[in-house]
Design a protein around this ligand. Structure first.
Ligand SMILES: NC(=O)c1ccc[n+]([C@@H]2O[C@H](COP(=O)([O-])OP(=O)(O)OC[C@H]3O[C@@H](n4cnc5c(N)ncnc54)[C@H](O)[C@@H]3O)[C@@H](O)[C@H]2O)c1
Length: 345
């Protein structure tokens, strides 16, 4: 029987971008008994949890993962944990200590309390940022881990702790390493803002993309519905216990290509503005998806160009105007207090 069937599941960071889609996936397709979300809403939003008030299986605990009393309460009676709560890569550039504190220290604490609560499965959601830039491609699980940023370092510490809890205590942990994810509810704002939503919001305002560096850096983009399905598949896979598994699409898109695809989807002809490179920007990422396929038979379903076209429509349907969204975007969003919007009139 599936580990998820009739299970009580805790999703830390479940009000965030990927976490909220994982919550939807668990409620819609895995016959779970309950889903608890532990999130301090620093970057997540209650509105992302569409099941709140509609599905009585879903409960939000609004608290910091470092709040031990709240963590213990959220873990009571839980069978499976998906641990996603963390602060992002650009946050790490302006506040490395807090980034480490939440991503590495917080993960250790969640592991300790989850072990005491005797959970039967713990999925630690890491990141392709642990690799740094590709030394060879496609990147399998044996690729060296030389993170470029404190964020990548803190995610690597978290995954090392999850592996150690398996080896030392026999805890049934799985490490999943998503590559870059995009889709509805992705962040355009503040230091959470990602290249795809930022570029779409600018294009909807008639503004050209901002490209940091030469734009030939590449990413392995995967639609968030696929990421959520992949995480759930790894969570219920017995053979994945004790393993570290890359999760990506297996295709590579440069930032220059991305700008063209977004411009076409918006119906505009926008020549990018070239900016200086972002510190710690990884040059190349491309996954080798062999292991996740072998373990779970997981396959991505959403082609990149249709995923982008759908996301443009999602942004068009938002209640905020593109101009109101643009006002929440800073050009160099890794140093939030020092920037002005290039190209905005
Ligand atoms: N977005 C991507 O492309 C991507 C790629 C690879 C890995 N990941 C991983 O996926 C996970 C989710 O990322 P996301 O893109 O959805 O980011 P996100 O910021 O939307 O989600 C993280 C959530 O954690 C919450 N959070 C942060 N600090 C917290 C704390 N101290 N206590 C409780 N909650 C806290 C935030 O409020 C937010 O809701 C992260 O672990 C990230 O490393 C994301």
């Amino acid at each position: 029987m599936s580990v998820l069937r009739n299970a009580s599941v805790l999703v830390t960071g479940g009000a965030g971008f990927i976490g909220s889609h994982l919550v939807d996936e668990l409620l819609a397709r895995h016959d779970v008994h309950a889903v608890r979300v532990l999130d301090n809403l620093v970057n997540g939003r209650e509105e992302n949890l569409e099941g709140i008030g509609r599905d009585e299986r879903l409960v939000l605990f609004r608290a910091d993962i470092r709040d031990e009393a709240a963590l213990e309460a959220a873990l009571e009676g839980v069978d499976v944990v998906f641990h996603l709560a963390c602060l992002g890569v650009r946050h790490s550039l302006h506040d490395p200590s807090e980034n480490h504190d939440v991503n590495a220290g917080g993960t250790l604490l969640v592991l300790e309390r989850a072990r005491e609560a005797a959970v039967s499965r713990f999925v630690h959601v890491s990141s392709s940022e642990v690799f740094g830039t590709a030394q060879y491609a496609p990147m399998d699980e044996r690729h060296p881990t030389w993170p470029e940023t404190v964020y990548g370092g803190s995610k690597l510490a978290g995954e090392a702790y999850a592996r150690a809890f398996h080896r030392t205590y026999g805890m049934r942990t799985v490490v999943a390493r998503p590559f870059n994810t995009y889709g509805p509810r992705s962040h355009f704002e503040g230091d959470s803002g990602e290249v795809i939503p930022r570029t779409i919001v600018r294009a909807l305002c008639g503004l050209p993309p901002l490209v940091f560096g030469d734009g030939e850096q590449t990413r392995d983009f995967m639609h968030v519905a696929d990421t959520a399905a992949g995480l759930a598949a790894l969570g219920k896979c017995d053979a994945a216990v004790g393993q570290t598994v890359n999760l990506g699409s297996g295709s590579e898109v440069s930032i220059n290509q991305l700008c063209d695809i977004v411009s076409r989807a918006v119906g505009a002809d926008l020549e990018p503005i070239r900016m200086e490179p972002r510190p710690g920007d990884v040059r190349r990422l491309l996954v080798d998806p062999t292991l996740v396929r072998e373990l779970t038979r997981f396959e991505t379903k959403v082609p990149f160009s249709s995923g982008i076209a759908d996301l443009v429509e999602w942004f068009r349907r938002r209640p905020e105007t593109p101009q109101a969204m643009l006002a929440r975007i800073e050009d160099r969003n890794w140093a939030p207090s020092t920037t002005v919007t290039a190209g905005a009139s």
